[in-house]
Each structure stands twice: as C-alpha cells, then as structure tokens.
Design a binder for this molecule. Structure first.
Ligand code: APR
Length: 173
C-alpha cells in the first residue's frame, strides 16, 4: 500500500526517489514542466531522450520510459506522454491519462523506487480540464492503492498552481 500526498511546488525541487515528467512523444523538452525538468537536469537528459527515440522510436501516448536524473538529485526520471485532450473522446482521454500514472507506478516499482512525484500531467498545454483530471487521477490512484506494492510507498502529487492544488486536495483527500 502506498500513501498519497498532495503538495504545491516545483517538482524539480521535491525530495523523492523519482519524478515524473509530462513529456511529448518525441521526448524533446518543451515548455511547462518538461522544460523545467530539462533545464534543471542539464543537457545530459536531452541526450538520453534522443538516444531512446533513436533506438525505440516515439513514445506513444499513455506510455512511459525512464532516464537518470542528470543534475536533479533523484534516482531517476520517468517520462510519461499524456493525452492531448482535444485529440480523443473524453473517455479515451481519461483512460490514457490513467495509463500514464499506472504505467509510471509499475515502472517505479520495477526500479525499486520508494517514492514517486507526479506533476499534473496533460493539464497545461495538452488542455485536459483540471477538475476532470484530478478526479480521474485520484480515482485511479485510490483503486490501485491496495495492490501488492513492495517498493513504492509514497505517491506525491505536485501541484504548481493554486487551481490544481484545490482540485487535488478535494479529489485525493
Ligand atoms: N513543477 C511542477 N509542475 C509544473 C512545473 C514545475 N516546475 N511547471 C509547470 N507545471 C505544471 C503546469 O502548471 C501544469 O499544471 O505541470 C502541469 C502540466 O502542464 P504542462 O507542463 O504544459 O504539460 P502537459 O499539459 O502535459 O503538456 C505537455 O507541453 O511542455 C510541453 O513538451 C511538453 O509537449 C509537451 C506538452
């Protein structure tokens, strides 16, 4: 069983085994949290992502991969590609968003990480309504919480803005 915590802040500054990046399918840093993580990690992160795409191709929506943390003091970074809300029917967007969180949890467990911090994936540039995302994410995290997690003990939801913080404090409490 893992504990779910909601905090406000900059995910690049959170003390945790791993942080999750809201990436794009090409895995090249963009704006938002992707840009913040790539800036904090340094160019080594961009090199690792480019190497991944050369070997494995684009990362599909809902899927995840991991790299080292570069200059960010974490054991690793898990990159997740969230759904672009307007590109899918709402229920499919919900499913793909949950897939990002569940696949990241499963990957963190396989890497024996004890704690994982998530940004509010898809709720920025990708246009996922913040209130709906909070409900979808918290519903998934609560459903999976009692599964047999050996290593993952802390799930930290890092909200950058007040609006998301209020929605997650309501939905994940
Ligand atoms: N720490 C935590 N959260 C952050 C930070 C940060 N330093 N910076 C931004 N955020 C928040 C935003 O406020 C938003 O709530 O991350 C959430 C996700 O927004 P985006 O970063 O825009 O990510 P997303 O909506 O998933 O769009 C992904 O944007 O940056 C590009 O390359 C990225 O193409 C991809 C797309």
């Amino acid at each position: 069983m893992y504990q779910i915590e909601t905090i406000q802040g900059d995910i690049t500054k959170v003390r945790t085994d791993c942080i999750v990046n809201a990436a794009n399918t090409w895995l090249h840093g963009g704006g938002g949290v992707d840009g913040a993580i790539h800036r904090a990690a340094g160019p080594v992160l961009g090199d690792a992502c480019a190497e991944y795409v050369r070997e494995h191709g684009l990362l599909p929506t809902g899927q995840v991969m991991h790299t080292g943390g570069g200059h960010i003091p974490v054991k690793g970074i898990i990159h997740a590609v969230g759904p672009v809300y307007r590109e899918h029917l709402p229920d499919e967007s919900d499913r793909l968003l949950q897939a990002c969180y569940r696949n990241a949890l499963v990957l963190a467990e396989s890497l024996q990480y004890g704690s994982i911090a998530f940004p509010n994936i898809s709720t920025g540039v990708y246009g996922f309504p913040k209130d709906r995302a909070a409900e979808v994410v918290c519903s998934g995290l609560h459903t999976w919480q009692t599964e047999n997690w050996t290593f993952v003990r802390r799930v930290i939801l890092v909200c950058f803005d007040d609006v998301n913080l209020a929605f997650y404090q309501k939905s994940c409490s």
